[in-house]
Design a protein around this ligand. Structure first.
Ligand code: XMP
Length: 326
């Protein structure tokens, strides 16, 4: 098995040629490790698991079984993109599970942020475990562990939903990108032909939109959140901000405020825009967004998103505020 220590002389993968050499080496290593056995992978659609999936598809094709669990807290279009790229374009063996109702039913009435995170993480493992048990002859579990995971948390992909499988499930691990830094994973992802929207996807918390629909999640407020977030991403893209701002999203809190539409009183939710720049997510600053961009986003959200009554821009740096709202 590959060591967990990055050799001092390992060149930083910064060019297509270096990425291609890495890919060729990994394909050979994976084939040697896996032989003709089957490999299971929880594919979230984030850059790490997507790159691992693409590498394994190249190396062992249909011996890889990808499981994508839609917990109902994905951003707009994300699960669809996973299906389009992996099933339709790369012809992967992909099991898609829409577990939206399971998650949202369990989360009903739960307002404590930690309790919400626990439910989402725990249920994710349960759903994944149920699927894994239905499959025959799986010998390996692939994981998108990257080098910072090893440095920061002793090799456990702690911030991922799949933090640990039940103890009676024993798989040998396949971790082809575990010595790479994030920027290298992206270069490899591009060389593998993954779309930019996947390769340069901004960080997205494992509990997904669940931590941005504050308090007890309701389906209608989640809809307001997902639609407003999609507009924000579209408009940041159009304004050329996607590469310049580290993370941006909307938040919909669990209180309403008054408004007026067509001469009638309304009582809708505020939509909060959160955008930050940071190096390591330990501290963060708020970028100055051009007024016309903010105005356009505001106008669109108020015109197009059901349940949105106001739009606000969060000016709070980290610290004292965190990046997420809960
Ligand atoms: P905070 O809110 O702590 O966020 O300033 C720092 C970074 O971590 C992400 N984040 C999470 N990621 N599971 C994750 O996988 C989580 O529960 C979680 N909470 C926050 C956040 O999006 C930001 O990039």
């Amino acid at each position: 098995m590959q060591s967990n220590v990055r050799p001092e002389n390992m060149e930083r993968i910064s060019t297509k040629a270096l990425a291609e050499a890495f890919i060729a080496q990994q394909i050979a290593d994976i084939r040697r490790q896996v032989g003709d056995k089957k490999v299971l992978l929880a594919l979230s659609g984030g850059v790490d698991s997507s790159v691992v999936a693409a590498l394994l598809i190249k190396a062992v094709g249909k011996q890889l079984v990808c499981v994508h669990v839609n917990h109902g807290l994905m951003r707009k279009g994300e699960s669809e993109q996973v299906i389009e790229v992996f099933r339709n374009q790369l012809d992967a063996n992909l099991i898609y599970i829409d577990a939206t109702d399971r998650f949202l039913d369990l989360l009903e009435g739960v307002s404590d942020p930690e309790a919400k995170r626990k439910i989402i993480g725990g249920e994710f493992i349960k759903v994944f475990d149920e699927e894994a048990r239905k499959l025959e002859g799986i010998s390996f579990l692939a994981q998108g562990t990257i080098y910072p995971d090893i440095l920061e948390s002793h090799g456990v992909k702690a911030h991922h939903n799949v933090g640990g499988l039940p103890e009676d499930m024993h798989f040998e691990l396949v971790e082809p990108i575990k010595l790479l830094f994030k920027d290298e994973v992206r270069v490899v992802g591009s060389a593998l032909g993954l779309p930019d929207s996947m390769v340069y996807r901004q960080p997205f918390p494992g509990p997904g939109l669940g931590v941005r629909c504050t308090g007890a999640i309701t389906r209608d407020r989640l809809h307001t959140l997902r639609e407003s977030d999609a507009i924000l991403r579209e408009e940041f893209d159009r304004a050329g901000l996607t590469d310049k701002v580290w993370q941006f999203f909307t938040v919909v809190p669990d209180f309403r405020s008054t408004g007026v539409r067509n001469g009638k009183r309304t009582f809708d939710w505020p939509v909060i825009i959160r955008a930050v720049n940071t190096v390591d997510a330990m501290t963060a600053t708020v970028p100055e967004i051009e007024w016309p961009v903010l105005k356009r986003i505001t106008d669109r959200i108020l015109a197009e998103v059901p349940g949105a009554g106001r739009v606000l821009y969060d000016l709070s740096p980290k610290a004292p505020a965190t990046i997420e709202w809960e």
